[in-house]
Design a binder for this molecule. Structure first.
Ligand SMILES: [Zn+2]
Ligand SMILES: [Zn+2]
Length: 425
């Protein structure tokens, strides 16, 4: 059995600038032409005539510091784990950025919102979310993007695409309506305190049975849906095409005929590569029967993933949706390699793929943990104080007002920003 070459880089420095690098597990070696450190980078260090020159090419992606070429697609793993929360891997989430300026989020699972924030993309651009199905590990941070995005300067509505379900209570529109109801207090509390344009949600629910149907077509970008087989009816996978490039994302699915037919010749194909039964028993305390059912009937285990990729033959296959650790990765890769010999990465969070017609470059992002919200891309609008709901007389009667220090803050802030606000009476 051929085992993929395994690179393990440990780049775990915490610098004064609080840059946190990540432990990166590389799984494909020479297959992809995307390994690091590259011979060129090593040579650049060894041969540089100038000890103060910057290295080029860089083997790390620093969010917010690299222009995207007009013909380039950048795909960022913001969640590659499982429904179980863990610091190292959030649940399903991928950002796709295109050289025409468009950006898309595919699934937004538990824990992914902070990874999204770490990519230093203004929230106005993060207004399009495609949901493959409604499991918590694929939608769990939608609220964080929705309301957190409002606080983080998104001044436009959030647009959400997702499938219908077997009945009207199992579809995306129903879920969004209930999410809004769940956050009734939160939404009321924002009125008049922040600009709330971003609280509006546009819901685009489409038929989960639609086969290769267009659900999005704007600005030269087409996104199609195909049915997926996962848990119950109402799961889909997506195919994005733009500028001659093809990106396929499974969300979660059992191997199926629609994926096999419509994702052929993808440039990047991301498909679940779930924990095999033995790992579910040993690591997650599943019973043997439950592990066999979940790993081989509900999900796609690694050797099944390999079969899928051998059929569609993408330029690069990406597996995700598994805890990718030093002690699970070798077995997973060995099982994938028992059925698939092509280019392959087993993703971890912050893995970054730069795709053009000529190359696919794979790197890890180095993340600034001290990220603050970026400015809005349009002029920041103020809240209207008249919209504030305010308090009952009962709660108001409990206020303890420190007039002297409140005056200090008003005076200090007015002086700093050249304004003339007065404390409310
Ligand atoms: Zn699922
Ligand atoms: Zn899942």
């Amino acid at each position: 059995m051929k085992r993929g070459k395994v690179w393990t880089f440990v780049a775990g420095f915490v610098t004064a600038a609080a840059l946190v690098a990540i432990v990166a597990f590389r799984t494909s070696g020479a297959d992809t032409g995307a390994t690091a450190p590259s011979p060129a980078a090593v040579a650049a260090v060894q041969d540089s005539p100038n000890p103060t020159a910057a290295l080029s090419p860089r083997d790390v992606y620093y969010p917010g510091s690299e222009a995207l070429a007009p013909d380039e697609m950048r795909i960022i793993a913001c969640g590659t784990g499982m429904p179980n929360a863990r610091p190292k891997q959030a649940a399903a989430c991928w950002i796709v950025e295109l050289g025409n300026g468009d950006k898309f989020i595919f699934d937004i699972g538990l824990g992914s919102a902070e990874r999204i924030a770490a990519m230093k993309i203004p929230y106005d651009y993060l207004d399009k979310v495609f949901l493959g199905h409604l499991h918590a590990d694929h939608i769990g941070d939608l609220d964080a993007l929705w309301i957190g995005g409002v606080i983080s300067n998104r001044q436009r509505k959030l647009r959400v695409w997702g499938p219908s379900g077997a009945d009207s209570t199992l579809g995306t529109a129903y879920m969004i309506d209930r999410m809004k109801e769940m956050y009734a207090w939160d939404m009321a509390s924002r009125q008049g305190n922040v600009n709330t344009l971003g609280l509006e949600i546009e819901v685009n629910e489409f038929d989960y049975k639609a086969v290769n149907a267009v659900v999005y077509e704007e600005n030269g970008v087409t996104i199609r849906t195909i049915p997926a087989i996962h848990a119950v009816d109402g799961s889909v996978s997506f195919i994005l095409t733009w500028n001659g490039l093809k990106f396929a994302f499974s969300s979660d699915t059992y191997p199926n005929k629609w994926w096999m037919e419509h994702t052929k010749d993808s440039d990047l194909a991301i498909h679940e590569c779930f924990a095999p039964p033995s790992i579910m028993v040993n690591k997650q305390q599943f019973t043997v029967g439950d592990a066999l059912n979940v790993a081989t009937q509900v999900h796609t285990s690694p050797a099944m993933f390999g079969k899928v990729m051998s059929t569609i033959q993408p330029r690069m296959a990406v597996g995700y949706h598994v805890f990718n650790d030093f002690d699970t990765q070798p077995q997973i890769i060995e099982e994938v390699r028992s059925t698939y010999g092509g280019p392959f990465e087993l993703a971890v969070d912050y893995m970054v793929f730069n795709v053009t017609k000529d190359s696919i470059r794979v790197r890890m992002a180095a993340v600034d943990e001290d990220i603050w919200p970026l400015p809005s891309v349009t002029k920041k609008l103020a809240a209207n104080p008249a919209d504030r709901i305010g308090f009952s007389d009962f709660v108001t009667s409990g206020r303890v007002v420190f007039e002297d220090v409140i005056k200090f803050y008003y005076d200090q802030t007015n002086q700093m920003f050249g304004t003339d606000f007065k404390p409310p009476k």
